[in-house]
Design a protein around this ligand. Structure first.
Ligand SMILES: NC(=O)c1ccc[n+]([C@@H]2O[C@H](COP(=O)([O-])OP(=O)(O)OC[C@H]3O[C@@H](n4cnc5c(N)ncnc54)[C@H](OP(=O)(O)O)[C@@H]3O)[C@@H](O)[C@H]2O)c1
Length: 234
């Protein structure tokens, strides 16, 4: 029986690399999501995560075994913006990065409880969850720290039912998201902060996501995997 996987944010960057890696694995049937590709779902719309879950279930014969929450945004929210704009920016990032992931996690856990089947969640968080981020990105760091806390709660709450949860914390990874940031903050200075001497490739993060999705031993549930070139060692 093939493993049915719902992967969010599969259109670009880490998600596209993960989709390519999983798509090459004969053990897997994959459904991807993007705002513009795969099953379209825009997580700024509060109705989108639940609708996506249902569409993914329909596309996968009513069974999802693995959920990979990878979709995310990294938008600047300057402290000196008008108050209402700042709050709106905060809520937008929370909704896309954390609330949408939480809704999908909840639907997945309930799906597996009903089926008494077990399942796996892989949440793509960030180094920012532990290290914090720039002054314009409080919300980003908080959303990713929220993902880590949620992942650990799921791991602890449902391990006895065979429901496993993992979080991945990439540092800079060479996607559109990192390119914008490197350009805005001075690439050389940032690279000097990474002992490995380079940012991660999307394929490296994809390899970790695939491992968690398919092969990581159950005793690893609750693990948070860092991939940051030793730029932040906990
Ligand atoms: N790149 C890094 O340096 C880095 C570091 C740490 C953590 N991460 C995390 O890794 C994950 C993937 O990042 P990435 O660098 O691959 O990003 P990316 O290249 O910017 O791709 C983002 C993905 O998320 C989807 N997405 C964006 N806004 C969405 C929305 N409103 N609703 C639904 N989907 C939406 C995009 O879909 P569309 O193409 O359809 O818009 C795209 O597939 C994110 O959670 C990010 O926070 C990245």
């Amino acid at each position: 029986m093939k493993t049915h996987i719902l992967l969010t944010g599969s259109s670009r960057g880490i998600g596209a690399a993960t989709a390519a890696l999983l798509g090459d694995d004969a053990r897997v049937t994959l459904v991807g999501q993007g705002t513009r590709s795969g099953i379209p779902a825009d997580f700024t719309d509060p109705a989108a995560p639940q609708a996506l879950w249902q569409q993914a279930l329909d596309a996968l014969d009513g069974r999802i075994d693995v959920l990979i929450n990878n979709a995310g945004i990294f938008e600047a929210n300057p402290l000196d913006a008008a108050h209402d704009d700042w709050v709106e920016g905060w809520e937008r990032t929370m909704r896309v990065n954390l609330t949408a992931s939480a809704e999908l996690c909840r639907l997945a856990v309930r799906h597996w409880q009903e089926r008494k089947s077990g399942g796996r969640i892989v949440n793509v968080a960030s180094r920012a969850a532990y290290r914090g981020d720039s002054p314009a990105h409080w919300h980003y760091a908080a959303s990713k720290a929220g993902m880590v806390g949620m992942t650990k709660s799921i791991a602890r709450g449902y391990a006895g039912e065979g429901i496993l949860a993992f979080a991945i914390c990439p540092g800079f990874t060479m996607t559109g998201m990192a390119e914008d940031y490197l350009a805005s903050r001075g690439g050389d200075k940032l690279l000097a902060d990474i002992p490995l001497g380079r940012v991660a490739s999307p394929e490296e993060i994809a390899a970790i996501a695939k491992f968690c999705a398919l092969d990581a031993p159950p005793s690893m549930t609750g693990a948070v995997l860092d991939a940051n070139g030793a730029s932040y060692v906990r």
